[in-house]
Write a protein that binds this ligand. Sequence first.
Ligand code: 5RP
Length: 237
Amino acid sequence: MPADLSPADKAKYAAAKRAVEFIEDGMRVGLGTGSTAAWMVRLLGKRVREEGLRITGVPTSSRTAKQAREEGITVVSLDEAGWLDLTIDGTDEFDPDLNLIKGGGGAHLQEKIVAAASDQMIVIADTAKDVPQLGAFPLPVEVIPFGLKATKALVEETLVPLDVAGRKVTLRMNGDAPFVTDEGNHILDLHLGRIGNPSRLSLVLNQVPGVVENGLFIDLCSRVIIGHIDGSAEIRK
Ligand code: 5RP
């Protein structure tokens, strides 16, 4: 482990290090986005350079694509790869059923498409992401720019009959302008506090016209690797 890491980075590093051990020669691998996934890409690059590991990486964001290329990882699009053996990605929250909230970095659309096109998804996390119930982290919902106000109003209305603790919806900003995703869309953050039924919420949100994809990952993750600051990692599945 590199010296001078913060406690949070020590845990992220530990999870990422254990996760890259699942990658075998010849695999097609989905590469997640975020600070934990960035450790994974770095450690995978090290294996590619030092062990001659031949893998094909499919990045889930322009940020990850840039980093992967700099690490010497062969990068292709998901269409070029076809189907993936494995995706490794971070998360904002995971619950006891390994359902997730993702999209804190604004990349959940590509992340979900890539995870769904993989034989398995391994999530890497520190203990702060381990929650008994999803919802304390605001749920990201990617929406197209056209009719943004109408879409936001419909999302707010959709939440009314649902089992959630809060219903505040905010437009994610980047300085003075709305945040723009890799697909040219915006993000609504749903401050729900607690999500009683994540599957139902995910289904109803995606029925709102203007919504592209929400950040709930239901039944997509096969195992979570939780890193600890002492360098150890535990696997939950
Ligand atoms: C990006 C994501 C990230 O995986 C998630 O936000 C976790 O990021 P980090 O590892 O930096 O805590 O979903 O869209």
